[in-house]
Design a binder for this molecule. Structure first.
Ligand SMILES: *Cc1c(COP(=O)(O)O)cnc(C)c1O
Length: 384
């Protein structure tokens, strides 16, 4: 990739930080032992695994025994939801409360459970993309097995009232899972105070490696075996540990926690610059909530313009941004997130997600704004 590439898709994935990269390297070629080995190379690996678990536990204010390493956010979501559902069904509970704008890893797991006799209640997310805790309180009943609501939405960046929902779930004795994949890179999370039973984190969304993540499972919350085999991950998920990546994930979580506030502060003026420019742009519409959001994810729709063409035109200028819509066999589908806010299909097809990260600079943002407004003008001229 050319040096001038401007990367504004940090909600899709992020670059590994230098600190993470350096921490991982020894575990690929020098300390490559199996943590199960009783000789020194194995013990060294086991020590790194323990240290990593401790670092992750510290970052989430929980205990080491509550951290389970996985292959990423999707697996953590699957494991938590399936565990809660399977265990609660034995008590005659078969209802799951969620939202229509969860990540597909949650939505499709819930759909799979519907085929096995579970019922789903979808809470409204309103026009601003924020769930209301009182709605959760209203729908939870004696049949409810699990509430699963994301911490921060990955397309529009809105923050959900997790602590209030956690409190309600605690009072009503209902299990609570939150997909915190987009929250972990930007917020300090306290699993205890938030009343969370299960929480999913992914390495590659916080400047760590891909293919690794973790599931926090509160001590006492049900967790079913996920991969049968050896005794790894407290005997519930077998397979020789992905040690270098686990070390990288732990380092990324520590680095993120140390720098979260500073980073948000440096990103804030950059996103402000973008919103100021786009709010003045004809036909541009801000999606989400102006205040209940993390600063790094912005989403705009542009009347009469599909995000797909914007993404491709920006790419020609060396800028990476995401269209809100998924592309399935050539068809551009409207974003399920934007549709859930009650937007028209046309606008939901036009959502452009701009997600910033710690490596973005003011100079890059200036170029981005100039190029995007230029492209919009050109597209409008072609259309009119
Ligand atoms: C990226 C993402 C996931 C999936 O994480 P992977 O590690 O890529 O499996 C899940 N939930 C949200 C909100 C995400 O943004």
């Amino acid at each position: 990739m050319s040096k001038t590439y401007i990367y504004l898709d940090n909600a899709a994935t992020t670059r590994i930080s230098d600190r993470v990269f350096n921490a991982m390297q020894p575990y690929l070629r020098e300390s490559y032992g199996n943590p199960g080995g009783i000789y020194s190379l194995g013990r060294e690996a086991a020590r790194a695994l323990r240290d990593s678990r401790l670092m992750c536990a510290k970052a989430l204010s929980c205990e080491q025994g509550e951290i389970y390493f996985t292959s990423g956010g999707s697996e953590s979501d699957n494991w938590a939801i399936l565990s809660a559902a399977e265990s609660m069904r034995e008590q005659g509970k078969n209802r799951i409360v969620t939202t229509p704008f969860e990540h597909k890893a949650v939505l499709n797991t819930v759909k799979a459970l519907e085929k096995r006799g579970f019922e789903t209640v979808y809470l409204p997310v309103y026009e601003n993309g924020v769930v209301r805790a009182e709605d959760a309180e209203r729908v939870i009943d004696g049949k409810t097995a699990l509430v699963t609501i994301m911490y921060v939405n990955n397309e529009i960046g809105t923050i959900q009232p997790v602590r209030e929902i956690g409190e309600i779930c605690g009072k009503k004795g209902v299990l609570f899972h939150t997909d915190a994949v987009q929250a972990a890179p930007h917020m300090v999370i306290d699993t205890e105070k938030d009343g969370i039973d299960y929480l999913s984190v992914s390495g590659h969304k916080l400047h760590g490696p891909k293919g690794v993540g973790l599931l926090y499972c509160r001590k006492g919350a049900p967790l079913v075996p996920f991969v049968n085999g050896g005794t790894q991950e407290h005997g519930l998920r077998a397979g020789t540990e992905n040690l270098a990546s686990i070390v990288g994930l732990a380092e990324a979580m520590a680095e993120t926690k140390e720098n979260a506030e500073i980073e948000n502060k440096t990103v804030l003026p950059l996103t402000k610059k973008i919103t100021e420019a786009l709010d003045k742009t004809k036909g541009a519409r801000f999606n989400g909530d102006r205040t209940k959001r993390i600063p790094s994810i912005l989403n705009y729709s542009f009347e009469g313009i599909e995000s797909e063409s914007l993404v491709l035109q920006l790419d020609l200028k060396g800028i990476a941004c995401a269209g809100g819509s998924a592309c399935t066999s050539g068809d551009v589908l409207p974003s399920h997130v934007l549709m859930s806010l009650g937007m028209s299909e046309e606008l939901a097809r036009g959502g452009l997600r701009i997600s910033l990260g710690r490596y973005n600079t003011e100079a890059e943002i200036n170029i981005f704004i100039r190029e995007l407004t230029g492209i919009l003008e050109k597209l409008r001229r072609l259309r009119d």
